[in-house]
Design a protein around this ligand. Structure first.
Ligand code: DAH
Length: 336
């Protein structure tokens, strides 16, 4: 085989590569000019049958030709791929490299933030979080809690009763969760129950017919008022600052005996010290233990209840309770 024909073969191949205007045409050219049955491959395959003195020359020439064709194929492949990519991008107008349309990241509501903090503190003391229904029975919300018939809280002017169900109401406190837990299980019981409660109050800067409380209940052998006080001191120092002091002031609640108001020290804006009433608490009344099926000779307990919203107002310096419930993003975004 002579050199001119090898040259011709190479030229034909290069011309076919150059003439390919799509990747599939180029693939056809590759098969035709470098495939197993192409003239170039046949020359290379026939080298063994040549006289020895010609093998070197023909082999070298054919390999150079093949390399030249392969380089042309590679270069044309890159060109055509780029063209096809450009055409595809033109057809499809979505540009995935443009910056995205950012979605604002949400944040927890300030009341939720306070609730989670409170839970965290008490979970650390071994309490668990319990839940109860917001539509309660008279038994759970009042009677089992030692609140006698005729007590003013039980009147329809203070409480939202459910129409057609005189013994059903929106719970006025989270305390009924205590009853549900004690009816279900025997001590030791250490639980907290945060949630919404409802009272017939007119809306103003410090009142709302719906607000939030967190209940605490501990029932075990040998619990005393000292345990209650230590728990409250730890709780409020963790929540509001290590320099807080607490004061237990005698009070009355139907379901505890003795009952106290838990006051927490604070310094007002002009630097004057004072006390804030932040929780109700006391030793669980033996009548309540017995109503729930717990032996009041063997077990004692303490309970406490505090308003989440009020504590959130203090913690975040929010002057008006209504701000928490109006859903104004300009207000809420400040807690993100
Ligand atoms: N349930 C009471 C209220 O709504 C708060 C309270 C006081 C809860 C004393 C308690 C407690 O568990 O022991 O005003």
């Amino acid at each position: 085989m002579s050199d001119p024909s090898l040259e011709q073969i190479q030229q034909d191949a290069l011309a076919a590569v150059a003439a390919s205007s799509t990747l599939s045409q180029l693939e056809a050219a590759r098969v035709a000019h470098t495939g197993r049955k192409s003239p170039l491959s046949e020359i290379l395959a026939g080298i063994g049958g040549l006289p020895p003195e010609r093998r070197g020359e023909v082999g070298k020439g054919a390999n150079l030709a093949r390399r030249a064709v392969q380089e042309a194929l590679d270069a044309r492949t890159a060109e055509l791929e780029a063209e096809e990519m450009g055409a595809a991008l033109e057809r499809d107008t979505t540009d995935v490299t443009l910056p995205g349309d950012p979605r604002p990241v949400g944040a927890l509501h300030p009341i939720t933030q306070i609730r989670l903090e409170m839970e965290e503190i008490l979970l650390g003391l071994g309490y668990r979080v319990a839940d109860g229904p917001e539509v309660e029975t008279e038994w759970h919300n009042f009677t089992a809690l030692n609140t006698p018939a005729g007590h003013p809280a039980r009147s329809p002017s203070d409480t939202f009763f459910i129409e057609g169900h005189p013994d059903r109401m929106l719970r006025t406190q989270t305390s009924p969760v205590q009853v549900r837990a004690m009816e279900r299980e025997q001590p030791p019981i250490y639980l907290i129950a945060p949630g919404a409660v409802y009272r017939r109050d007119d809306v103003d800067a410090t009142h709302s017919p719906m607000f939030h409380q967190m209940e605490g209940l501990a029932v075990d052998e040998g619990l005393t008022l000292a345990h209650l006080k230590g728990t409250m001191l730890h709780f409020f120092r963790e929540l509001l600052g290590k320099d807080r002091e607490i004061l237990l002031q005698p009070h009355f609640f139907p379901f505890t005996e003795p009952s106290v108001d838990v006051q927490v020290s604070y310094i007002d804006r002009s630097g004057r010290p004072g006390w804030l009433e932040l929780a109700g608490a006391g030793m669980v009344d033996p009548n309540v233990l017995e109503a729930c099926g717990i032996d009041s000779e063997r077990y004692t307990g303490f309970a406490f209840g505090c308003g989440l919203d009020r504590i959130a107002m203090i913690r975040f310096g929010v002057p008006d309770l209504r701000l928490f419930f109006e859903g104004d993003l300009r207000f809420l975004e400040q807690f993100a």
